[in-house]
Design a protein around this ligand. Structure first.
Ligand SMILES: O=C(O)CCC(=O)C(=O)O
Ligand SMILES: [Fe+2]
Length: 422
């Protein structure tokens, strides 16, 4: 789906927009997942509540600020897609199809800027640990994107965020006749470099293209190897016998859609779920910190922890959607009372084909806003948005980065990991 296909919202200029169609012919059980509201929802209701207004956003930055900036967002997304296309087609990225070769080389030579920009936290041996999927499961893995430039965020200059490096604008002595000059970059842009961040609503942050291609590859490989073992992927069903339109695996604790409870054991093979790989947890922590940093930059007045609390995940639900996969609007509300009350965030990784993602304060699809989640995106919702209704009405076929597919053999479709603290 190209950005130009994204329908404009009639009432707001936010980056996300009002959904135009219902999910389709889902069974009522499929319409929600974690929520008991499923039986209340039907398409007629969605239509009849069409005009009800949506909670307004109090903060919005980057591409998604208020008033006509929808176009800006579209532009940004277009740019992203263009660059991404360029990256996918370029021989540079084709060279990455050998994980053991050029990707490792990149790690060793430190082209991931984190090596240079986070001296206190990263050393090269930690980085070398990330190049194969097995090591993703070891303590030595470290997110590879620290210090990456956030090209479009409006917080670049102000931010001490770990992911943001100073702009490369030089020669600003206008009194001496120098013009502002953007340094020419001899390397092609890659889609993971065009990272943007936006606050979708209070407590809900989207970090675009946050996960590097290399990390996406490792995550896919790790999920694949865990998923074929005990407690691995299966197609879950609801109480009424309807099947979810996805395959699922749980890490850390098992979530059962039939009972809507967490348990130690897998409902099908009675095995304990695999542990969450430490590398995954580090990436989650890093995303939370960066989202909090964005919130802080947006308003110095707030303690970002009040808007988006920190959390330490002990649950990860891994979903694989085929191109026909979907997930009805629901709330994630089966975690502990304390976790929900504190608004501990859900952190979601998207990998593979893009997905349309709906979210809103109510259960009406027509009131929901829609955003495109692409490979490498991280979405966080906590604080006031912890109970946001959300769902995946469709997967956009053939949108996964080519190198991701060639390196992993990932099927057509989308992998999604949502991390939570029970
Ligand atoms: O696939 C997604 O983006 C959302 C998944 C989700 O909401 C869930 O697993 O609870
Ligand atoms: Fe969910």
């Amino acid at each position: 789906m190209s950005a130009s296909q994204i329908p404009n919202s009639s009432r707001s200029g936010y980056s996300s927009f009002t959904a135009q169609k219902p999910f389709g012919n889902e069974s009522s059980a499929e319409k929600t997942r974690h929520s008991s509201v499923e039986s209340d929802i039907n398409e007629k209701q969605f239509q009849s509540i069409y005009e009800k207004d949506f909670p307004s956003l109090s903060v919005n930055v980057g591409f998604s600020s208020k008033g006509g900036n929808f176009k800006k967002w579209r532009k940004g997304t277009d740019t992203g897609l263009e660059l991404r296309q360029e990256a996918v087609n370029s021989s540079e990225l084709e060279g990455i199809s050998d994980v053991g070769g050029s990707l490792q080389e990149e790690v060793r030579t430190g082209t991931d800027s984190g090596l240079r920009l986070s001296p206190g936290t990263i050393n090269s041996s930690e980085h070398e640990g990330i190049v194969d999927s097995a090591s993703m499961q070891q303590e030595h893995y470290f997110p590879s994107h620290f210090g990456k430039k956030n090209v479009h965020s409006n917080s670049v200059e102000k931010s001490p965020c770990r992911n943001i490096k100073p702009s490369n604008v030089v020669g600003t002595k206008s009194s001496e006749g120098f013009l502002k000059l953007e340094r020419f970059n001899i390397c092609l842009p890659r889609f993971r470099d065009i990272r943007t961040q936006e606050i979708l609503r209070p407590g809900m942050v989207l970090l675009k293209h946050y996960i590097s291609l290399r990390d996406q590859i490792n995550i896919v490989k790790t999920c694949n190897s865990l998923g074929e073992g005990p407690g691995g992927f299966y197609r879950p069903g609801y109480k009424d016998g309807a099947k979810l339109r996805l395959h699922m695996m749980c890490l850390g604790m098992n979530w059962d859609p039939q009972t809507r409870k967490y348990d130690k054991r897998h409902p099908v093979d009675n095995c304990e779920p695999p542990k969450i790989p430490p590398g995954f947890r580090l990436l989650v922590q890093s995303a939370i910190k960066d989202a909090q940093c964005l919130i802080k930059n947006d308003s110095d007045m707030v303690n970002p922890e009040d808007i988006l609390p920190s959390m330490s995940p002990n649950i990860c639900i891994v979903n694989f959607y085929s191109i026909h996969g979907r997930l009805g609007l629901h709330q994630d509300r089966d975690e502990s009372k304390q976790s929900l009350q504190r608004g501990l965030p859900v952190v979601s990784f998207s990998i593979g084909d893009s997905a349309e993602f709906l979210y809103g304060g109510g259960r009406e699809v027509y009131q929901a806003k829609k955003v495109l989640l692409e490979s490498g995106d991280v979405l966080l919702f906590g604080g006031d948005s912890r109970m946001v209704f959300h769902g995946v009405p469709s997967i956009v076929p053939s949108t996964a980065p080519e190198p991701l597919k060639t390196n992993t053999g990932l099927r057509h479709g989308r992998l999604n990991l949502t991390f939570r603290q029970f």
